[in-house]
Design a binder for this molecule. Structure first.
Ligand SMILES: *Cc1c(COP(=O)(O)O)cnc(C)c1O
Length: 334
């Protein structure tokens, strides 16, 4: 496991990587390990997998939402600047679909308001922003769930440049034990198994090649789909390196069919596709009514959730597969 941690730290260009049993506990541990809990407020995106929010609520902290941009599907720095309150203590950007949020302006807000920065990088292994990796800005949280770019079945990793935080996380993940029966803090069992680490380790060597194939697939899809009426294609932000966990388009009102219809017709033609994510967190009763969730109007996220559709981009696609995906989309939308 130590070897997997060292390899992953190298991938992210960080000093420390602490392996845990999944991406959700990575997030919870990253917060608990920095003393976040009741009384804290975490500002994050409403357009994410629910684990982001569940992990915060598990610590007893509150959640507040800021809107995203439709260009990168991540927190909009202007919206974050407006949404931040005196009680906000943590900023938690979600680097969605394999691309980082716009980190420079977000880092300024973090500095101005003296916030902790926890990155939900569960989908962004190796993504970069101005030559700095996802997970190297604050405390980074990664998932190795079966669907992610790197996988151990279930697994997670926390990255940090802070030796003290790394040390606390290592104790926290093992029931708060420094050595056997030497309890230093209230901990949990967040341990990754050596079995999982052994599955993950060999993937690191081939990861760059895998990302290259994802990039090639994404570039070809963009080449083929450019100019299809009503379709907005995913963009790589300036200075950013995308690892294409998902290739997500927006199906606008002016498209020949709407998003749901396109999804249905692609499925009928045997072309895999997915809607990530069909609703915002606050749309679900259990979160809308939750005392720890402060809902907000996020019109961009709302529109994106009704228009987004992810197309196959993974590394195992053949060139013919990619052409077939593009053919089907062009066919349905013309
Ligand atoms: C997958 C994912 C998680 C949670 O990771 P698990 O390993 O499934 O617990 C958290 N946030 C985002 C954005 C994810 O995609």
């Amino acid at each position: 496991m130590a070897e997997f941690e060292a390899g992953f730290a190298a991938l992210c260009g960080v000093e420390h990587a602490v392996a845990v049993n999944n991406g959700s506990t990575a997030l919870t541990a990253a917060l608990l390990g920095q003393g976040v809990g009741p009384g804290d407020e975490v500002l994050t995106s409403p357009f994410t997998f629910i684990a982001t929010v569940n992990a915060v609520l598990a610590t007893g902290a509150r959640v507040r939402f800021a809107d995203i941009t439709a260009e990168d599907f991540a927190l909009d720095p202007a919206a974050v600047a407006k949404a931040v309150t005196d009680s906000t203590t943590v900023l938690m950007p979600v680097h969605l679909f394999g691309q980082t949020a716009d980190m420079d302006p977000l880092m300024s807000i973090v500095a101005d308001h003296d916030l902790k920065l926890v990155e939900d990088a569960a989908q962004a292994h190796g993504a970069r922003y101005r030559n700095r990796s996802a997970g190297a800005f604050g405390v980074g949280c990664f998932s190795f769930y079966a669907t992610k770019n790197l996988t151990t079945g279930e697994g997670g990793m926390i990255t940090t440049g802070d030796a003290e935080i790394a040390d606390r996380l290592r104790v926290l993940r093992n029931q708060g034990m420094r050595a056997r029966y030497q309890y230093e803090m209230v901990g949990h069992n967040y341990r990754m198994t050596d079995l999982a680490a052994a599955v993950g380790l060999p993937q690191l060597a081939g990861y760059a090649a895998q990302v290259d194939r994802r990039r090639r697939n994404a570039a070809r899809l963009t080449e083929r789909l450019e100019g299809v009426p009503g379709l907005t294609l995913p963009r790589v932000g300036e200075g950013r390196e995308h690892v294409w966990h998902q290739y997500t388009v927006l199906v606008g009102d002016d498209a020949a069919v709407n998003r749901d219809e396109l999804s249905l017709q692609l499925t009928e033609r045997g072309v895999g596709n997915g809607i990530y994510y069909p609703y915002l967190v606050g749309d679900y009763d259990c979160y809308r009514r939750h005392p720890g969730v402060e809902n907000a109007e996020t019109p961009v996220a709302r529109r994106v959730s009704s228009q987004c559709l992810s197309l196959p981009v993974h590394a195992a696609l053949s060139e013919d597969d990619v052409e077939a995906v593009a053919d089907a989309v062009v066919d349905v939308l013309s």
